[in-house]
Design a protein around this ligand. Sequence first.
Ligand code: PFF
Length: 448
Amino acid sequence: MGAPRGQFSSRIGFLMASTGSAVGLGNIWGFPTKVASNGGAAFVVVYLLLAFLLAYPALMAELTIGRHARSNMVQALRGISRGSTSYFFGSLAGFSGLLVAALILSFYAIVAGWMISHLASPVANLLGANDVAAWFTGDSIIRNLSFTAIFSGLTMLIIASGVEKGIERWSTLLMPTLLLLMFLLIAYVLTQDGAMTGLEVYLNPDFGQLSPQLLLSAMGQAFFSLSIGVGTMLIYGSYLSQQESLPRLGALVTLIDVGIAFTAGLLILPAMYVAQTSGTQIFAESGELIAGPGLILQVLPALFDNMGSIGLLVAIAFFALMVIASLTSSISMLEVPVAFTIENFGMRRKTATLLAGSIIFSISTLIIFNFEGLFGFIVSFSTEYGQPLLGIALCIFAGWIWRRDQLLAELKKGHKNIEHTLFWKIWPWYVRIVCPLLILAAFVQSVL
Ligand code: PFF
């Protein structure tokens, strides 16, 4: 077998890495725009409820299984299975997790590549290379391929350095930087004309818009944002010390993730209305706020352009924020197949990283060459189907298949009196019955 397993050196290290995984494009781009098109603060309230009622219990299942098994998702689910049928389904869910993590990373790396190119563009402008700057933001296959390759390379470099020296060190450096940039940007944007209108749209609840569709959208967002179902949180849990209380750390990760998503809304929505005040169109023809790539790649850059020379700095800060958020998430995705390859085949970390990273980059390349046909399909297959279904599988493994005494023993590590807490009174039943049924109901509705 290969080298001994890695481990986070401290609680803070784990928190930085796991919130780094959770906080990504989903928080800074996905959440605020969903809020804007789904009833403002009404969506925020529903999202908060679902994050704690559905995503947190599922997150706990991943963390607990991972720390108990001290291995990747395939071996962890096999390890807690109790017979050939559950062994088979454990393998199936584990391998599906690997596949879905790889697919999410393959499209995520393309979008993150756009973020790098939009970061490089104002830098090139500052240096007077205006043609190069224009090429960076123009849409071309070669531009997309180059920047996806750069982003994938960065992700691989960090993962090749291991758990403590790679994942933990970089997350601990990047997450505070992300927060600092976000607060600076919010402070600046809120002083601009039009910002208060955006704030009002964001914070004014329209409960009339509550609908099954909204619930579904909030659930999908919560699962994506907390990186659930594909084994990232499971593998991070497997690197966590046994002295830590899992329910407390899980709640903290959920709280920080939700808090940062909410804070990002204080930036994005006001920024859109500032852009409108300076003459940029922010509504699509359907009458809805522009939310897709048009928001980040056109509306906000137009706003930065209108700000004059300070706009270049604001653009650099904004896209640096996006790149950092993407990178701390992408490393958690790549760690899933890498940990499996190391633990299953005894491969060295560097070789495993190169292998898994290259395969995923090939999928990204395929998507870039067939963008219209593949991009949307892979996004919805992996996040709307893959993640909820795998979330159900993990709840079933934690609630039905894993022996209750082992589950309790794992939770007791780092939380001695867990048996007497509200958590232990509710969670085991909750994850066994309520969670799978609710996720299933939401899922069936979305398919219908
Ligand atoms: N949580 C990340 C975000 O909000 O952007 C996305 C993500 C990371 C999804 C890791 C899945 C995953 F395994």
